[in-house]
Design a protein around this ligand. Sequence first.
Ligand SMILES: Cc1cc2nc3c(=O)[nH]c(=O)nc-3n(C[C@H](O)[C@H](O)[C@H](O)COP(=O)(O)O)c2cc1C
Length: 499
Amino acid sequence: MLDASDTAKRHQRSVVGPPLDFQHHLRLLEERGLLTRIDRAIDKDSELHPLVRWQFQGGLAEEQPVVVSTGACQEIVIKGSGLVGPGEGLASLPIPVSTPGFDSAPYLTATLCITRDPENGVQNMGTYRGALKAQDRLGVRMSSRPGGAGGYLHWRKYQKRKEPMPCAIVIGCAPVVLFTGPQKLSVDQDEMAVAGGLAGGPIRIVKAATVDLHVPADAEIVIEGLIDSEWLEPEGPFGESHGHVALEDFNMSMKVTAITRKRNPVFVSIISQVTPSESSVIKKVAFEPMFLAHLRDQLGIRGIKGLTMHEPFTNLRKVIFLQFARGTARTEVWRGLQGAASLRADCGKICIAISEDIDPANTDAIFWSLAYRSNPGEDVQILTHRSAGHGPKSVVREDATILIDATIKHDMPPLALPRREFMERARTIWNELGLPAVSPQAPWHGYLLGDWEDRYDVYARRAVEGRWAESGEETAKRRREGLIPETPVRSIEKLAKKS
Ligand SMILES: Cc1cc2nc3c(=O)[nH]c(=O)nc-3n(C[C@H](O)[C@H](O)[C@H](O)COP(=O)(O)O)c2cc1C
């Protein structure tokens, strides 16, 4: 039975959480414009369900995003001759050179390039670079490799139709919207809806001024245009996020039809090139959870604890570390390695499984793990025929995959650093002495790895208490003759192991 305070709690919950009363729920939907009332009579047997059925054939637009009739991004609309006068058009934007000394032109970098699938009408937003070619022309690079740009898949469809591809390039918008541009969503998943989900409310979009696309209404600047679906133009060199300069490739050419903007817009650029850079930082936060969720939730890999994509120079894609709990079955470790290597065509050339105690951000610890915990004869596999992925084209056209199990497989003696309590006490002293602040990086204290004996705990305790001579008296009684140095004691005395 509920008492008065329970009832009050329930009521409170209905105020802060989801409504617990159906009519309350309907009222909330109506307040948010999500309820459609139909006044005319509808026959419940012959008309009602068929009427609702049309909702699943296009029907009413669902929340996310919401179309508005005007947007701040169109306070100023420049088109036609306004684009080509002296200093006008693209020349009026403060577009920087990213890699001075190598780049062939100023480049748009912090873009959201919006295109629409001409068959199903779904929009895609991708962050693709745009090279200044003329006051009203851009070179646009949409990657054609497997797992590359969603915009490229649209372009192929316009090419078949022999039509130019409408494109709107957004420069500057809410970070939650911009963030979705470089992320790897499924083909045909509209990034604008995902941004709405992240923002907790629909993104306001407005119809572009000269092309049939919708753009974020509150964007700073939008460059609209048509991309030729037949003729490609040399584009590059440009400093790439794989850490080399991309040389000239034939890429897309976009004729600008309008530049729309706020009255006082803020121009945005992003640093890419050698990683870490803004380019890898923006991807890392979403790529790593995507891979981990794939291994843990889709493949159900047991024992997987963490996944890290190596960032400096390698730009996340090439090297992946998988952390496993101690005692994970070897078969699960290998299933995890194979899953990480195959999720995306351009990610996972080198996949290394490590144990939970190894910090994947510490390259020295990785080498330590490879050196002492793996046997290359048993723990390494090479799989041929991997796509070359994202990298300099002059080097390699086809690549391979290397999988390494560097997890701990057998009990080992402790890590040879002072135990945690000694290090912590010493750190307190360090701080009290006013010495410069330390920045501990794991491992900074010793710990057990399975191979240890009670007798050694006794020795160690006596050692720090200054009673080492007692241990010496004991070992003196255990002396043996006829052995060569370095004969393990346990091979003679058969001491019991402590796990
Ligand atoms: C700063 C930056 C620049 C990028 N430049 C390009 C580019 O020029 N061409 C490209 O295809 N991908 C580029 N990418 C990667 C794409 O944004 C990424 O593959 C994204 O998933 C594309 O969205 P889509 O899958 O909807 O096409 C860039 C990413 C960042 C963060």
